[in-house]
Design a protein around this ligand. Sequence first.
Ligand SMILES: NC(=O)C1=CN([C@@H]2O[C@H](COP(=O)(O)OP(=O)(O)OC[C@H]3O[C@@H](n4cnc5c(N)ncnc54)[C@H](O)[C@@H]3O)[C@@H](O)[C@H]2O)C=CC1
Ligand SMILES: [Mg+2]
Ligand SMILES: [Zn+2]
Length: 276
Amino acid sequence: MISRWTTAVLDTDQPGGWAVARSPEGFLFDDNGALFPREWLKRQDLSILAEHGIGHLDGEPVYLLELRSASEVPGCNWKGLRAFMLEGDHTVYKVLGYAAQIGTWYREHRFCGNCGQATHQVPRERAMYCEPCDIRYYPRISPSMIVLVTRGDEVLLARSPRFVAGVYSTLAGFAEPGESAEDCLIREVREEVQIEVKNIQYMGSQCWPFPHSMMLGFHAEYAGGDIVCQEDEIEDAQWFNIHAMPPLPASRSIARYLIDVYLARRLGHAEPVLPG
Ligand SMILES: NC(=O)C1=CN([C@@H]2O[C@H](COP(=O)(O)OP(=O)(O)OC[C@H]3O[C@@H](n4cnc5c(N)ncnc54)[C@H](O)[C@@H]3O)[C@@H](O)[C@H]2O)C=CC1
Ligand SMILES: [Mg+2]
Ligand SMILES: [Zn+2]
């Protein structure tokens, strides 16, 4: 299958193409969605912080207008990235997810962390450059492990106080320096529920642009221990029987994929496909 969306570093001096506008209040959208004819969008009253050429959608160049603040555009509204993830076209969500990460990276790397001077965009490369220090700052990606722990017909799911009421999900956590993916997974499961795991199997990965996680998904089997929830992080954790599951995370998340694959295998159903 040919991918409809490919990323690229485009020259912003070229006219034409599509553009998306991003402010601290999310992306601008109207009845046609979040992609606007670029020349039209640039004629609106927007406080543009920077423009980035981010890739091609169905062969057409796409640009990001990163804004200082949200402003009124007639017939349009603002909406957060999560809303685009939950509903609507998956390819458009991918474009916006990438745009959000480029916007975040640009905002957070306008000055050198070493000397404090202003950085500059490197032509044809996704990097901010400090000349005196000769340092390049690339978009930040944070590796995070996510794991479904199982014990026969039971799966271990937990809720964080931040989740939507009632929803239970797989355990997850950010990798720390010095850790392998497996070390991180074992530590996170220990920290969050005091459970030991074995037979760790890699299942797949997903970009999670909230704001810059790279989710590495695993399956693991229970090896020992009783559930003890980590204070503040884990509100509740339980073994759920595959025939009595609680409300689960959004269908496009890798958390949901890991759960659905296991259910499909246990119940002899067709396996789902991981959304890219
Ligand atoms: N796509 C999916 O299905 C799912 C994605 N996630 C994502 O996985 C990531 C990790 O999950 P959590 O349980 O929240 O992590 P976690 O268990 O490591 O705890 C979060 C804590 O980690 C620290 N932290 C924050 N950002 C960090 C970074 N970049 N590097 C290292 N430490 C950091 C902070 O102290 C924060 O309070 C989050 O971005 C979350 O949104 C979580 C569950 C499902
Ligand atoms: Mg966690
Ligand atoms: Zn510097």
